[in-house]
Design a protein around this ligand. Structure first.
Ligand code: CUA
Length: 337
């Protein structure tokens, strides 16, 4: 073996060791949450493949650089210039063509996996998702249920039809891997087949305003029998006394995204002790909170804004809520003393 071949052999071994160490390190510092959907498999395969390639090329470059610095350094008393090398056609073709092939192949794999995770499934169950500043609402057209928790039957292909009421939000459950924006004025679709029972957290993955970080929703994946029991329980709640109905509407409308129930500060005034309280308004005048003021504040939230708060409450509750529902919410607020 001549001297050049020996250098290359040593470098080859070091590159492989470096790549393996780097790969282990990346997986250790960037762990993926437990994959919990049928769609996760393809995404994780791509992710691992990229981590492997990143580790290999990192090692390839760093090993060459460090090896050259250490082994070919100028010795004491060596004042001469280094050997002048100009061009190397074979090497240049290799380092152009090889990455080109890799990138084209990755593009092919990416397209294939994207096709798989977005493909229509047989027996899809449709759930309508609404995102708003700052919360989530889920409607089950088949069952006639509205919920703030996303409850899914395990191993059931789901098609989410998603809409935004205001700005761009993004639907992301890390364990399910797939992610999709909610765009105002459009219906976007996301397909999920949950494969693991348990609780997850849906988070908004698009910066959407001051409470973006709190735009979360609970996700429950249940066995079919438990899911059916949940549906029955939700249906039974339809006949409720006004205050309890109000609490439920407040929940499905996401009122507590801005109005706390326990007196803690938020984007809007707390509902605790609100009824009967004297509020100072932005213009310095005062108002005693009664049914009339509450109704006005739901229908025309900008009319009398309480001092210290921004006029950010959506103004479309008159379109979304019936008179009966607004009365139910007022009854609910009355109970929060
Ligand atoms: Cu919605 Cu961030």
């Amino acid at each position: 073996m001549n001297r050049n071949m020996r250098h290359f052999a040593i470098i080859g071994v070091l590159v492989i060791i470096g790549a393996l160490v780097m790969d282990k390190l990346l997986i250790a510092v960037l762990p993926l949450p437990t994959p919990s959907s049928a769609q996760a498999e393809g995404v994780d395969f791509l992710f691992r493949l990229h981590m492997g390639l990143i580790s290999f090329f990192f090692s390839l470059i760093v090993v060459f650089v460090i090896y050259s610095i250490v082994v070919f350094r100028a010795r004491k008393g060596d004042e001469g210039d280094g050997e002048y090398i100009h061009g190397h056609t074979t090497l240049e073709i290799v380092w152009t063509v090889v990455p080109l092939i890799i990138v084209i192949y990755l593009g092919f794999l990416g397209t294939k996996v994207l096709g798989e995770v977005t493909q229509a499934q047989p027996d899809e169950k449709v759930i309508q998702v609404t995102g708003f500043q700052w919360g989530w609402r889920f409607e089950y057209p088949e069952e006639g249920i509205t919920s703030t928790t996303l409850v899914l039957p395990k191993d059931q292909p789901i098609r989410l039809e998603m809409q935004s009421e205001d700005v761009i939000h993004s639907f992301f459950i890390p364990e399910f891997r797939v992610k999709q924006d909610l765009v105002p004025g459009h219906v976007t679709t996301l397909r999920i087949t949950p494969t693991k029972e348990g609780g997850f957290v849906l988070r908004c993955a698009e910066l959407c305003g001051t409470r973006h970080a709190y735009m979360l929703a609970d996700v429950q994946v249940l066995e079919r029998a438990d899911y059916d029991a949940w549906v029955a329980e939700q249906t039974a709640q339809a006949e409720l006394p006004p205050a309890e109905l109000g609490a439920k509407i407040a929940q499905t409308q996401g009122c507590q995204g801005c109005h706390s129930l326990d007196g803690s500060p938020s984007a809007g005034p707390t509902w605790k002790g609100l009824f009967g309280r004297e509020e100072t308004l932005a213009d310095g005048s005062t108002v005693v909170v009664d049914e009339e003021y509450l109704r006005e504040s739901i229908l025309h939230p900008q009319a009398k804004v309480v001092e210290g708060f921004q006029p950010i409450m959506p103004t479309n509750y008159g379109e979304k809520l019936s008179n009966e529902e607004i009365n139910a919410i007022i009854e609910f607020i009355k109970t929060l003393q």
